[in-house]
Design a protein around this ligand. Structure first.
Ligand code: CA
Length: 235
């Protein structure tokens, strides 16, 4: 069996990147290197890595922004790698959705052990994934890798914002996600315009994915609170 996990390694320091790449390849991982936030986001979307190693100090955008973006659509575990060893940045990274945190300089055994733990958690918490990177909820397929939502096999042609809302709800199917949380995950903590932008997106989403948008089957409104995607066993 020749299966290799794909690791997206986001690190701008060339010698550090080479060092980590060597460690990973010797341990049987396929490595996709990215040296800045812009490349990292492109690589994450096109390669759908199994796990992401993210340096917080990047030349173009702060790694924390990359983390929030990836977390809004991807279920892959993210391990933050940084030379910042203050507790505050560790906590901030974990609160923003990082699965773990290692501080440079790290040794091979530590890095590999943490990657293996994160991959194991991922498998346990996403047993419902019928195939890698996609979620099936009744007739709805949310393809987290290709950023598409299929309704009974047909592409619903969602916009990026619409996709991210559906992906967030699908990853938490059965649970209510508050308006505030969705706004925060999509447009950041300082998003303006109240919930209006979200309501407009939801009207369009329902028009695209529901047979009868006024009697939704997939996404329910919990009045005054937020939205809830039907759990797969409700359908
Ligand atoms: Ca750096």
């Amino acid at each position: 069996m020749d299966f290799h996990y794909k690791v997206l390694l986001i690190e701008d320091d060339i010698s550090m990147s080479h060092y980590t790449e060597t460690i990973l390849e010797l341990s049987g991982f396929d490595v996709i290197p990215a040296r800045n936030a812009r490349d990292a986001e492109l690589m994450a979307r096109s390669h759908c890595p199994d796990i992401i190693l993210l340096d917080l100090g990047l030349p173009d955008t702060d790694g924390m922004t990359v983390l929030s973006d990836v977390r809004s659509w991807s279920v892959s575990p993210v391990i933050v790698i940084s030379s910042r060893d203050e507790d505050s940045s560790k906590i901030a990274a974990l609160e923003n959705g990082a699965d773990d945190y290692v501080v440079k300089p790290y040794i091979k055994q530590e890095l590999i052990a943490r990657i293996n733990v994160a991959l194991r958690h991922q498998q346990i918490s996403h047993e419902s994934l019928q195939s890698r990177g996609s979620l099936d909820i009744g007739g709805l397929t949310v393809d987290l890798c290709r950023h598409r939502v299929l309704v009974e096999g047909r592409d619903a042609e969602l916009t990026q914002s619409e996709f991210r809302i559906v992906a967030l709800l699908a990853q938490n199917a059965g649970a209510v996600i508050t308006y505030g949380e969705i706004m925060n995950r999509l447009w950041g903590p300082n998003s303006v315009g109240g919930n209006q932008i979200l309501r407009v997106n939801m009207v369009n989403i329902r028009r695209k994915i529901e047979h009868d948008p006024s009697h939704p089957k997939y996404i329910f409104t919990e009045n005054g609170v937020g939205y809830r995607m039907a759990a797969p066993d409700e359908l």
